[in-house]
Design a binder for this molecule. Structure first.
Ligand code: PLP
Length: 372
């Protein structure tokens, strides 16, 4: 074991090979429709550079991030031929940065469209654009009225080549929700008003809604990272992350002793406790009161999660962990989705919050992708 790992409080293992396997699986689930990787928020907290490098080596050539700066960072690591779309559009005055780094803006407003068109005119160059349509999520994108205005005046797209027309589903993780088909129908009706261009509607969960939702490109995020895109049914994805934390100290306490802040737990009998080097400052939700695992034995949390540590109850372990042992918090026995459920949130939020203090080990990452 390396010196670094001997010192680490907590270790996050990220199986980049599993991300690639998930990307292939999603492409197959999408019936061969090409699958773009959504790598915003540093690939949902897992590291955009190693994730994108591995996906690119496997043949993925379309990526989406939320912010311009995320795109600028990624561009330095990806091939010139890989396309990077910026979901949140063009902040005023940044058009030049998009062109210099060959980033494609997802245009969400008529104002952005005008600025991008003016920039193309000023440069005397045709510029790529992705148009996002609001088909019922009420978050981002051109309204149906905007689309009618565009349809009536082709000059509004002058100097631009529409690479993709896209929209985003609000309820894709609920397959029977009527909004899914309503959004799909509105998307088709609005697309028909615009010049022909490839289309994209589905996120991870949308891929599993059936062939009508796949269009020419699907945009997968969470499922790439092992989050279940089909809540309520078995998870078809391979797990990607394992999180383990070091035992800092063990102790035996007598019945009646309070444990942790606020003495939220009181020992009901003599207990064997182990304190782990992981807390809410590492992104573990303070309200996710679950368990840790040591050699197949589950140890429930005892007392409140602190900033840098938490306490587990190892009393019932035949083979309890000793100081210095690593115990597992996310892994085969407790998935990202399980932790999310315990915290009353979704796997997306657990992943994107996982902290910056961990030691990270990338399994199967391509050489030179910024991993140790
Ligand atoms: C985040 C995002 C995605 C990816 O969604 P997942 O549910 O993580 O697959 C796709 N499209 C848009 C517009 C997004 O914002």
């Amino acid at each position: 074991m390396s010196v670094v790992l001997q010192r680490a409080g907590a270790v996050l293992r990220i199986d980049v090979g599993a991300v690639v396997a998930n990307w292939r699986l999603l492409g197959a689930a999408a019936g061969g429709t090409s699958c773009a990787a959504v790598v915003k928020a540093d690939a949902y907290g897992l590291g955009a550079v190693p994730v994108c490098s591995a996906l690119e080596a496997a043949g993925c050539s379309a990526f989406f991030v939320a912010h311009l700066d995320e795109g600028l960072h990624l561009r330095r690591h990806l091939r010139a031929g890989s396309r990077i779309g910026i979901l949140n559009g063009t902040p005023p005055g940044t058009e030049r940065d998009f062109v210099d780094a060959s980033l494609t803006p997802v245009v969400n407003t008529m104002g952005e469209l005008a600025a991008w068109r003016a920039h193309a005119g000023a440069m005397g160059r045709r510029l790529p654009v992705i148009l996002q349509l609001d088909t019922g999520m009420s978050r981002l994108g051109l309204s149906p009225v905007d689309v009618e205005v565009l349809a009536a005046d082709p000059a509004l797209l002058h100097g631009l080549s529409v690479e993709l027309v896209m929209s985003h589903l609000a309820c894709a993780d609920e397959p029977s929700h009527p909004a899914n088909h309503a959004q799909r129908e509105r998307f088709e009706a609005l697309r028909a008003l615009l010049p022909p261009a490839p289309a994209s509607l589905a996120n991870s969960s949308g891929i599993f809604l059936g062939g009508d939702f796949r269009c020419d490109l699907v945009r997968a995020g969470a499922a790439l990272y092992g989050v279940n895109p089909t809540p309520g049914a078995a998870n078809p994805m391979r797990p990607v992350v394992t999180l383990s934390a070091r035992v800092l100290q063990t102790r035996d306490v007598d019945p009646g002793r309070g444990i942790g802040y606020g003495h939220r737990s009181i020992a009901p009998r003599r207990l064997r406790l182990a304190t782990l080097a992981l807390g809410y400052a590492d992104g573990w939700p303070r309200n996710a009161d679950t368990f840790a695992v040591f050699r197949g034995q589950r140890m429930p949390f005892a007392g409140r999660v602190s900033m840098d540590s938490l306490v587990v109850d190892a009393t019932d372990c035949a083979n309890p962990p000793l100081e210095g042992d690593m115990v597992e918090l996310i892994g085969p026995e407790q998935t990202v989705d399980d932790v999310a459920h315990a915290a009353g949130t979704i796997g997306y939020e657990i992943l994107t919050r996982l902290g910056t203090r961990f030691d990270r080990i990338y399994l199967d990452a391509p050489p030179g992708s910024g991993t140790r």
